[in-house]
Design a protein around this ligand. Structure first.
Ligand code: FES
Length: 66
């Protein structure tokens, strides 16, 4: 399964990388709205929100595998 590089930009408006967004999700944000409240990702043009939600889903399902 291919994973995007951690340093790849997810939110271009706020210049936030996937690693930064993953950190916010791992700290407890469960969806794009919560991520936006914490770091602002998705609060600009909104085009990255789908990707942010997808990361929430992926990280939530990998966390439940632990
Ligand atoms: S790319 Fe994230 S809000 Fe525009």
């Amino acid at each position: 399964m291919s994973q995007p590089a951690p340093q790849s930009l997810v939110c271009r408006c706020l210049s936030l990388t996937q690693a930064e967004i993953d950190e916010v999700i791992q700290a407890g944000a469960g969806n794009a709205d919560e991520v936006a409240n914490v770091c602002g990702a998705g609060s600009g043009c909104g085009s990255c929100r789908g990707e942010v939600n997808e990361r929430c889903r992926i990280l939530a399902s990998s966390a439940s595998d632990l």
